[in-house]
Design a protein. Structure first.
Length: 434
């Protein structure tokens, strides 16, 4: 356990700007282990009918989870289920520290990308021996996250992906190619005019400060983050240069996106009717509809120069089991999981949030087939590429971010940024492995 805690401190060292902050990190990690050991971090071996779930669900997802858990407890008197929200990064770190202390929640819920860290720290239990093949065959294959020969997560949602969101006030037929997107955006901006040189309605916006939102353009120009071995970064290439040039062209030459746009700015512009189109994830769509916007969702466009669809990263979101769970408690957890992963619960979630279910039978359900947003979301998922769960992915994100932002800020050329991304990624991976 000390070795793993050391690795977590080392990882934080690599992402910490000063030695003063590192001292705080070391103190906090030491304090966390002590506290987890004292309070049990949510697990009480002497209370086998108490189940604890940690998750990073959004408020709208939590409403549904609360309702479903209440229904389960009503049908199973004596069972007490407690759930606790933690922000994504905190969930990953706190879960690993808790599990390594022999504690932590019984179940952890979240996206697929932390699974590589959970497996490396031996903090989650393989699941293939707990479920029959007949049961697992009822799920879409992308919902069953297998890593290094074991099943570690079963998802109730697939996707967690970006797509093109459009306001039907401005657009009836969404663009299918990059050229159509540019021409449509320019036409909308011309129609609604300009004030002080800025469009009253931008053609499109998105969070172009973060590399996660850049990936669809990188894939559209033929790139991917890793080579065939799945762990060696592939960032210094023509696809990267072309994609960086393309985004800069949309802003600086075509002038169809704002001069600045992080997540909050892009979100606000779309909600206020100041942008006709937005690139955002399936987690956001229900919120726009609740704001009274008549939205449509469409696959991201095809890049004319390559003939390739812009392919966002996709990932399942689901449940993993703590390695410390007592054998006697496993049947209770399996019963709860089968309830939460049931057709009834997944359909309820899909209808409320427009998220893609994982039960294959639901893809033929009338309420899924008649849901235009969900059907287009499923098409987008087929165009997407699964997010790697290897720990090296974190190094790639951290290597891409500064150079990508430097290009958008005018401080670096796309060619130099591509070289720097690759060098940084290789250096960070080497440091991870030392």
């Amino acid at each position: 356990m000390n070795r793993i805690i050391y690795l977590h401190i080392k990882e934080l060292w690599l992402h910490t700007e000063s030695r003063f902050k590192l001292v705080a990190v070391v103190v906090l990690l030491g304090w966390s282990v002590l506290v987890l050991a004292m309070v049990g971090c949510g697990r009480k071996p002497d209370d086998p009918r108490r189940i604890v779930i940690w998750h990073q669900m959004r408020p709208d997802e939590q409403v549904i989870l609360h309702r479903q858990l209440a229904g389960y407890m009503a049908a199973h008197p004596g069972i007490k289920i407690e759930e606790l929200f933690k922000e994504t990064e905190m969930l990953r770190s706190a879960y690993v520290v808790g599990a390594l202390a022999g504690q932590g929640p019984d179940l952890v819920y979240g996206p697929s990308d932390p699974v590589g860290v959970y497996e490396a720290t031996k903090s989650i239990r393989p699941l293939e021996d707990l479920f029959s093949q007949e049961y697992l065959s009822a799920f879409d294959s992308t919902a069953l996250l297998r890593y290094r020969g074991h099943l570690y997560q079963i998802a109730d949602k697939i996707g967690n992906h970006l797509a093109l969101v459009y306001n039907k006030k401005y657009i009836q037929k969404p663009p299918t190619t990059d050229k159509e997107l540019i021409n449509l955006s320019k036409a909308i901006q011309a129609k609604y005019g300009y004030v002080a040189g800025r469009p009253n309605v931008y053609g499109i916006t998105w969070n172009y400060t973060e590399p996660f939102f850049f990936i669809p353009f990188y894939t559209g120009f033929g790139g991917w983050v890793f080579g065939e071995d799945g762990v060696t970064p592939t960032l210094d290439n023509k696809s990267m240069v072309d994609a960086l040039n393309f985004i800069r062209q949309l802003r600086d030459d075509d002038k169809i996106v704002p001069n600045e746009a992080d997540y909050e700015i892009a979100d606000a512009l779309f909600k206020d009717g100041k942008a006709a189109m937005l690139i955002n994830g399936d987690w956001s769509w229900a919120g726009y509809a609740q704001k009274g916007i008549d939205i449509g969702v469409a696959p991201l466009p095809r890049i004319s120069a390559t003939g390739l669809w812009c392919a966002p990263m996709t990932s399942p979101k689901g449940y993993s089991m703590n390695v410390n769970v007592d054998k006697e408690k496993i049947p209770l957890l399996l019963d709860l999981l089968k309830y939460l992963l049931s057709e009834e619960c997944e359909l309820e979630t899909a209808k409320a949030l427009n998220t893609a279910p994982t039960r294959r039978s639901l893809y033929r359900h009338p309420e899924i087939l008649s849901n235009e947003i969900l059907q287009n979301s499923l098409i987008q998922i087929t165009h997407g590429k699964p997010m790697p769960v290897v720990p090296q992915m974190r190094a790639v994100w951290d290597a891409m971010r500064p150079s990508y932002q430097a290009v958008m800020g005018g401080a670096r050329t796309p060619e130099q940024a591509a070289r720097d991304m690759q060098a940084q990624a290789l250096r960070k991976i080497k440091e991870m492995n030392e």
